[in-house]
Ligand binder design. Structure first.
Ligand code: GAP
Length: 513
């Protein structure tokens, strides 16, 4: 399936099977705002739990908090977001459409990357089994030329943004002859900075109301609580504080479904360390977070690191874990070495000391911070789009199957009576009653059993359990596996253990070892 078609299919499947709806759809929706439906809310919760277990439960030096979305407005002055949390914008004078200038350039580079992929595909076809991709990309002149072009453009973009040289960003767009993707017009305005924070007010009367921001990242709720947590939890450096929660950004390029939203959820962890050890911890968290991703089995080839040319105002090193979404490799998670920037800024703006007393060193210092920050909605999209397959079966029919990692699937098992009579529904309902203490299970007696299997395949349910007439004699049922479609006969009393063996978090997280 072509990537565009695949992405459209992902969006329509997410709606059809109750995963994601456009927000306020009956009023024609709200751009870049989405609601998670009955299955989506479960999948999202399972991803959040999988992250929380790996980060908090499995680390005795990481604790979790849940800070408020509203924060004192000085927080955002101190963090630098009021002055520097901007996107470079450019308007097309003919179409009146507004774009992120850096995204226009990145999209241009993605097209050049598409040419590289075409060359690789052609060579793969030509050389067959003897094809060596690594050797090809490092020696083929055309590929090397394309790669050099991408590297040069991105380097220049990074440097211009770093220096706030917006004239050069515009010059780059003009030199590359980048046109408005909608109309083809090259009639551009200058590039301007645009702050991404949403403002709101606290208080009832217009004169006394206080201007607030909706938090654009959850991280600051951790920084301002650093000393409270350290003292009350008697935490010793190195230690981490984790949290998941909503963040808000007035994104200009609001497209690509739940990839870039205006209201989204982050899962962040700030790891407080001794100054000077940041390189070591940066590598540790890069490695650990990649292992977490890989444990879900979405395919090792679908991840890559992308080191930042342009560092955020708070970082001395940063990398993204990129995932191969249906629209190409894009950022899924950021790992940032944030130095002591945030704590020092909060010390200065609040006038309160935020230092750690190190008993081993017998000295106080402001800790450095290593941050891991992943968008829950992006992770949802990665998991969901990777799972959706149109499979051609031996009998030449196709089935739509959502091969979600079983640990994340919203419903773990569906239970069917083969027919709606002869006491089979009663037995099936009893199985549901017994299993629902441990798992989300679903009862279905409508339509032929083959159709019910297909519905659950498309829904992402890893197991279907069918009660038939033999069950009444020997207490056995058929259990069918979503991915292999293999069916086997098992005892009702063994069902819980069979399902648990595949959906248990431990079984999946152990793969990180
Ligand atoms: N505290 C650091 C921070 O917020 P970031 O790279 O701006 O860093 C971290 O964001 C992660 O949050 C990203 O890797 C992405 O997964 C997610 N994210 C950022 N903006 C988003 C948006 N508009 N919609 C959905 N997810 C977003």
């Amino acid at each position: 399936m072509a990537n565009d078609d695949k992405f459209k299919k992902v969006i329509s499947h997410a709606k059809e099977y109750g995963y994601v709806f456009q927000s306020s759809e009956i009023y024609d929706g709200l751009s870049a705002v989405y609601d998670y439906a009955q299955n989506g809310a479960e999948l999202k919760k399972n991803i959040r739990d999988y992250w929380w277990k790996a980060m908090v439960q499995m680390h005795d030096n990481i604790v979790g908090i849940d800070a408020a979305i509203f924060m004192h407005p000085t927080t955002w002055k101190a963090s630098g977001h009021v002055d520097a949390f901007n996107d470079p914008l450019i308007d097309n004078k003919d179409s009146k459409k507004r774009y992120r200038a850096d995204v226009l350039v990145e999209d241009y580079c993605a097209k050049v990357e598409g040419k590289i992929n075409k060359e690789i595909a052609k060579a793969e076809k030509r050389f067959g089994d003897t094809f060596n991709k690594a050797e090809f990309v490092s020696t083929n002149k055309r590929v090397l030329g394309y790669q050099e072009k991408i590297d040069t453009i991105l380097k220049r973009l990074g440097q211009s943004l770093e220096k706030e040289d917006l004239e050069d960003v515009k010059a780059l767009i003009e030199e590359l002859e980048i046109a408005d993707p909608l109309t083809g017009s090259r009639n551009w305005t200058d590039v301007k900075q645009f702050n991404l924070m949403f403002g709101t007010k606290l208080g009832a009367s217009a004169d006394t109301a206080m201007d607030l921001y909706l938090r654009p990242e959850t991280a600051q709720g951790i920084f301002v609580n650093f000393l409270n947590v350290q003292k009350t939890g008697r935490m010793k450096i190195p230690f981490g504080i984790a949290q998941t929660g909503k963040a808000f950004r007035n994104e200009i390029v609001a497209r690509q479904f739940i990839f870039r939203m205006r209201e989204f959820e982050q899962m962040e962890m700030q790891f407080f360390i001794k100054p000077g050890t940041q390189k070591e911890w940066f590598n540790y968290w890069k490695d650990t977070r990649l292992k977490w991703h890989k444990s879900l089995g979405l395919g090792e080839e679908n991840y890559r690191f992308h080191d930042h040319e342009k560092l955020a105002h708070y970082a001395d090193a940063a990398t993204d874990i990129e995932f191969n979404f249906p629209f190409g490799f894009k950022e899924l998670e950021g790992i940032h070495s944030r130095t002591d920037f945030d704590l020092k800024q909060h010390e200065e703006f609040s006038g309160k000391k935020l230092q750690y007393f190190d008993h081993e060193e017998n000295a106080s210092y402001t800790p450095y911070v290593l941050e891991t920050s992943i968008g829950l909605d992006r992770m949802f999209l990665a998991v969901f789009s990777n799972a959706l397959e149109e499979e051609v079966l031996d009998n030449n029919t196709t089935r739509t199957v959502l091969k979600l990692p079983a640990v994340l699937a919203p419903t773990k098992a569906a239970v069917f009576p083969l027919v709606k009579k002869d006491g089979l529904p009663e037995v099936a309902k009893q199985i549901v009653e017994d299993l629902k203490w441990d798992f989300n299970v679903f009862y279905d007696e409508k339509d032929a059993v083959g159709k019910r299997y297909r519905r659950q395949d498309a829904n992402g349910t890893p197991f279907c359990i069918t009660v038939d007439h033999d069950t009444l004699n020997d207490n056995t049922v058929t259990i069918r596996h979503r991915d292999t479609m293999e069916q086997r006969r098992v005892k009702i009393e063994d069902l819980k253990d069979i399902v648990k063996a595949e959906v248990d978090v431990k079984h999946w997280l152990m793969r990180m070892k």
